[in-house]
Design a binder for this molecule. Structure first.
Ligand code: OAD
Length: 247
């Protein structure tokens, strides 16, 4: 099954951990996946960070090392190549924090769950900054902006944890894209995501309400399979380079 696109199509792509699986980054929910070996609430929640910041930094330092050491795969490259053709008629929404889409050449992109390679303060509202350092041991990094004010603030990865809000500017950017797409031929394509984490899992319904044709590429039928009109089952690194047919 091929997805036919032409230069006037608007395309909204949503990706999840499956798109990075063939680069060697484990997904979250599979057998042996990250959430099987690490309790979510301890490593990916504000409360977990308050209780044991050292454990959280160890977990994300491991993630930083792993993401640094792997390469984008043909699935990431295929997504970047589609953007190259569509320009501003394209938007990528990714739940992935690994930076592989950017390294593959994607630009028009919203990282709705944040970025592994950015750090921010858990206490003050200084802007997040680029950071690929790893922090192991008792040495949890402190915020110098807080220190200058005589306060103690701890730095944390700039990732959206469970129980936290997504950035409203990100959501707005997605809404604006959908509004402008509703007047054109509009396609929504989800890739490598289990469809259980909201609001990402609900984007397909918003896109349908805006008139989108809905496509899914996934290794297995996910939770929200029935919301999609077209389902191509298979690994994204193999499926995506062959999926699009340009009119
Ligand atoms: P999951 O681990 O929940 O799901 C990954 C999906 O990708 C599954 O449906 C797999 O079948 C599929 N898959 C695996 N390998 C694939 C491949 N090579 N090609 C295509 N599909 C493949 O990951 P996400 O849906 O991304 O949030 O999880 C969503 C969010 O839950 C993550 O962003 C993360 C997690 O908790 C945070 O950390 C905030």
């Amino acid at each position: 099954m091929r997805l036919r696109l032409d230069a006037s199509t608007h395309l909204l792509v949503l990706t999840g951990a499956g798109v990075s699986a063939e680069s060697g980054i484990p997904t979250f929910r599979a057998g042996g996946g990250l959430w099987e070996n690490h309790p979510i609430e301890r490593v990916a929640s504000p409360q977990g960070f308050r209780e044991d910041p050292e454990l959280v930094w160890r977990f994300y330092s491991d993630r930083r090392r792993q993401a640094r050491d792997v390469q984008p795969n043909p699935g990431h490259l295929a997504v970047a190549a589609i953007e190259e053709r569509l320009g501003d008629r394209f938007l990528l929404v990714t739940q992935n924090i690994d930076g592989l889409h950017r390294r593959a050449g994607s630009h028009r992109m919203v990282e709705i769950h944040g970025s592994l390679f950015e750090t921010r303060c858990a206490h003050c509202d200084r802007p997040s900054f680029a950071d690929d350092k790893v922090y192991y041991g008792a040495d949890v990094p402190a915020c110098d902006a807080c220190e200058r004010k005589g306060r103690k603030g701890l730095l944390r990865p700039n990732i959206v944890w469970f129980g936290e809000m997504l950035d409203p500017d990100h959501m707005r950017r997605i809404e604006v894209f959908m509004e402008s797409s509703a007047r054109a031929r509009f396609v929504f394509l989800a890739i490598g995501t289990s469809g259980v984490v909201y609001p990402a899992a609900g984007l397909v319904l918003h896109a349908r309400a805006a008139g989108a044709e809905t496509w899914l590429v996934n290794a297995d039928p996910p939770e929200n399979r029935s919301a999609f009109q077209h389902f191509v089952q298979g690994p994204s690194g193999k499926v995506l380079p062959e999926l699009v047919e340009w009119a």
